[in-house]
Write a protein that binds this ligand. Structure first.
Ligand code: PAF
Length: 292
């Protein structure tokens, strides 16, 4: 383990060093919370660390920009890499350890084995980024094997990812409790995301409309408006706020992520409203729960 300065957090870079530290904690009767990230940490990530800290006596955060969840032409090469400031931020929320594996540590010898959570990975974001959730499930399964946590925390902002990880954990029997943490938002409601850094000042001013449109649609559906009508209005609001391509605005079953047609949403039932749209060259996603 590398001990760093007071305003940084200790780091390990290999699976063996991580396992050694985790095993020592477990021998001492401690529990381990885990927060996987791709770095470029913001308030949203730090709130996940705080949630993990409530659930476990030790908190490990991984930082790994996972190549298998980026398609050719996506932003893998330009994805912000800010290791030094990430480690300082992790120290500010008392994370115990940062795991910073390289590609060879995560995918030794290239690796031929992948994890696919079928059907749930092919809807919503999966329609627009077909490789994405396969890369996510594969790296998260590997990170779980490296970190062996008792609890792992994921943000509700990436709602489809959270549900896919829950399903993977259930299907494969990982002895890990998955916690979904509420989305951290800026003052205008924009969900905090590392990719918000890509927005120009004008785009940033308009981007809050995504949350506002979903919020309004959720309220209207809750009050009895037909989902198709509320979703149509949300799409129009996004277009008038300056969003270009609108990938989807969809109302789905909160567990299976299957589309909920108008006639299916019974009074008292819960649903999830998700949206993805492009502000300039930046793709933003958000979601909100709906109760009729
Ligand atoms: O949400 C993310 O940052 C990533 O998809 C994750 C879970 C760290 C896997 O690379």
């Amino acid at each position: 383990m590398n001990s760093t300065t007071d305003n940084s957090v200790p780091t390990v870079r290999t699976r063996a060093d991580l396992l050694r530290q985790v095993a020592a904690w477990k021998r001492a009767g401690e529990t381990v919370g885990f927060v996987p990230t791709m770095g470029a940490l913001h308030g949203g990530h730090l709130s996940l660390v705080e949630k993990a800290r409530e659930k476990a006596s030790r908190v490990v955060v991984s930082i790994f920009v996972n190549p298998t969840q980026f398609a050719p032409g996506e932003d893998f090469d330009t994805y912000p890499r800010t290791e030094e400031s990430d480690l300082q931020k992790l120290a500010s929320v008392n994370a115990d350890l940062a795991y910073l594996p390289g590609v060879e540590e995560m995918y030794p010898d290239g690796s031929l084995t992948n994890v696919r959570v079928e059907s749930m990975s092919d809807l919503l974001d999966g329609l627009f980024r077909p490789h994405f959730f396969y890369g996510v499930a594969t790296v998260v399964a590997r990170l779980f094997l490296h970190a062996q946590p008792d609890v792992a925390v994921f943000g509700e902002k990436d709602y489809q990812q959270l549900q896919i990880i829950r399903r993977m954990v259930r299907d494969l029997g990982f002895p890990i409790e998955i916690i979904g943490a509420p989305t951290a938002r800026d003052a205008d409601g924009l969900a905090q995301s590392s990719r918000n850094l890509y927005l120009s000042a004008e785009e940033r001013r308009n981007a809050g409309a995504l949350q506002a449109a979903l919020h309004r649609a959720a309220k209207r559906i809750g009050a009895g408006t037909l989902p198709s009508e509320a979703l149509g209005e949300a799409t129009a609001l996004l277009a008038s706020a300056g969003f270009g391509k609108i990938d989807y605005v969809s109302l789905v079953d909160p567990g299976t992520l299957q589309d909920l047609p108008d006639e299916v949403l019974a009074p008292g039932s819960a649903a999830r409203l998700l949206g993805a749209a492009w502000m300039g060259k930046t793709r933003l996603i958000d979601n909100i729960s709906v109760t009729r």
